[in-house]
Design a protein around this ligand. Structure first.
Ligand code: SF4
Length: 399
C-alpha cells in the first residue's frame, strides 16, 4: 500500500519508463474525462503486460487512454443507479425492503476507472467532484441505528469503497454490531483485496483475522457471513491469489465474485469462461456478472445487453449450475438488479430495452440503454430514444 502509485504524475512517469512517451501522453490526455483518482498497487502494475499495454485486460480496467475515449451516453447521470434517492440516512442505501447497503468508506486500495459509485468513491478529479456522504466511523452510529430500527432489513452489505480500507480496529466493531442485531440474518463484506493485494490476506493476524472472527460470530448466531470480491479476468489470478484464497477457505470464509462485463476485457466466451473456471478452482463462487453501468468517461468499456445474453447462452452448461453466475443488469433510475433476459422488450436497433421491477415500483418503466452505435447521430437526446422506443413497441408497454 505504501508503494502504490497515487498521483497522475507518478503514473505518467511509470508509463513513460515502462512503455513509451506516446502512451504516457495518451494517458495524460485522458485525465480530463476520468472520474476516478489514480491509485494502483505495485502488484497490479506488475501484472500488466507492458510489452503490449494497449490490449492488456488489466491496463484497460485501471488506466484510461484518450485515444480510446467514446463520448458518454446521453442517458448518463453521475449517480446512474439513483442511490441518493434510495438513501434514508447518510451512508445507507435501502432499495429492497430486506436488504441494505452500508457505505462504510469512500476509499479503495486501487481505483477502477469504471466504478459504478464514481460519484462517491475516491477523491475529486478534474472531471468529477465527489459526493461526501459515506458513513465514516464517527458517523456510523446513525446508519447502524437506522438498520437496528428497521426490522425488515435482514441482509446488510458492508461496502463503499472497499472494506479493506477500514482498519481491523474499525471493521471488527462494525461487523460485531451488525451481527448482533437480531433481525440481520446475513452480512457481506465487499472488498477487492483478494484481486489487487492478495498478500495482505496471508497475514493471519492482519485484516483477515476480522473476517475469521466475524465468521465465527455469525456461525454462533446461526447467520450468514461472506466476503464478496471482484475479479474480471483470469490474468488477475496468480500464485499469491491461490495462497490467499486457500487461506480464506481453510479458515471457513465463503467468498463470492461479482464481475463486471467489460468490452475488450471479458466479453468473449473464451475470456469469461476462463475466468469462471479459474474462480471455481479457487473455491470462489462466480456469483454475478454485471452489465457495465453508465459511468462517466468509460463508455468505451460498455457492452450491449445482447452481449451478456449471448455470453450466458454460450457458457451455460460450462460449469455446474451452482457455479454458474447470474448475468444481471442494474437498472438505471433505481430499478435494482434484473436478470438480463427478463426484459419486457428489447429493440436492438435502437439499443433500448424495457424492464419492470414490481418489488420496487410496480407502475414504473425502467429503460436500459446499450452503447450508441458509432454511426448514431449525436446529440440524439434521451427523450428522443425513449419516444422512438415507446412509439415502436406500444404493446410491450402494457402493465
Ligand atoms: S474497488 Fe470497487 S468501489 Fe473501489 S473503485 Fe473499484 S469498483 Fe469502485
Amino acid at each position: 500500500m505504501r508503494n502504490s502509485l497515487r498521483s497522475p504524475e507518478r503514473l505518467y512517469e511509470f508509463i513513460r519508463v515502462e512503455s513509451s512517451q506516446a502512451l504516457a501522453d495518451d494517458f495524460a490526455a485522458s485525465l480530463a474525462s476520468n472520474p476516478m483518482q489514480v491509485r494502483l498497487t505495485p502488484y497490479v502494475l506488475a501484472l500488466i503486460n507492458w510489452h503490449d499495454p494497449v490490449a492488456d485486460p488489466l491496463r484497460r480496467q485501471f488506466i484510461p487512454l484518450a485515444s480510446e475515449y467514446v463520448p458518454d451516453h446521453p442517458a448518463l447521470g453521475l449517480d446512474s443507479l439513483s442511490e441518493h434517492q434510495a438513501s434514508p440516512v447518510q451512508g445507507v442505501v435501502h432499495r429492497y425492503p430486506s436488504k441494505a447497503l452500508l457505505l462504510a468508506t469512500r476509499s479503495c486500495p486501487v481505483y477502477c476507472r469504471f466504478c459504478t459509485r464514481s460519484y462517491l468513491v475516491g477523491g475529486d478529479t478534474v472531471a468529477v467532484t465527489k459526493a461526501h456522504e459515506a458513513a465514516t466511523p464517527n458517523r456510523w452510529q446513525q446508519a447502524l441505528d437506522y438498520i437496528r430500527d428497521t426490522p425488515a432489513i435482514e441482509d446488510v452489505v458492508v461496502s463503499g469503497g472497499d472494506a479493506y480500507s477500514l482498519p481491523a480496529r474499525h471493521l471488527w466493531p462494525l461487523l460485531q454490531t451488525l451481527l448482533e442485531i437480531e433481525h440481520v440474518r446475513s452480512v457481506r463484506v465487499a472488498s477487492k483485496v483478494l484481486a489487487v493485494l492478495p498478500c495482505a490476506l496471508l497475514d493471519e493476524d492482519g485484516w483477515s483475522s476480522v473476517l475469521v472472527a466475524a465468521q465465527r460470530l455469525a456461525r454462533e448466531r446461526r447467520k450468514q457471513f461472506a466476503l464478496h470480491t471482484h475479479f474480471n479476468h483470469a490474468r488477475e489470478i496468480t500464485w499469491v491469489t491461490r495462497l490467499a484464497a486457500d487461506a480464506l477457505f481453510d479458515r471457513g470464509i465463503k467468498v463470492r465474485n461479482q464481475a463486471v462485463l467489460l468490452r475488450g476485457v471479458n466479453d468473449t466466451p473464451q475470456s469469461l469462461g476462463t475466468l469462471l473456471d479459474a474462480l471455481v478452482a479457487l473455491n470462489v463462487e462466480p456469483y454475478y456478472v454485471y452489465l457495465h453501468d453508465l459511468v462517466p468517461g468509460s463508455e468505451a468499456l460498455r457492452t450491449p445487453l445482447s452481449t451478456a445474453i449471448e455470453l450466458e447462452e454460450a457458457l451455460r452448461g460450462h460449469t455446474s449450475g451452482f457455479d454458474f453466475p447470474r448475468f444481471v443488469v442494474d437498472l438505471p433510475g433505481g430499478g435494482g438488479k434484473r436478470h438480463v433476459c427478463s426484459f419486457r422488450h428489447y429493440d436492438q436497433g435502437l439499443g433500448v430495452s424495457l424492464f419492470r421491477a414490481p418489488a420496487i415500483d410496480p407502475g414504473r418503466r425502467y429503460y436500459h440503454f446499450d452503447p450508441l452505435p458509432p454511426q448514431a447521430q449525436r446529440p440524439i437526446g434521451i427523450e428522443g430514444l425513449i419516444e422512438a422506443f415507446d412509439n415502436a413497441h406500444s404493446e410491450a408497454l402494457a402493465p
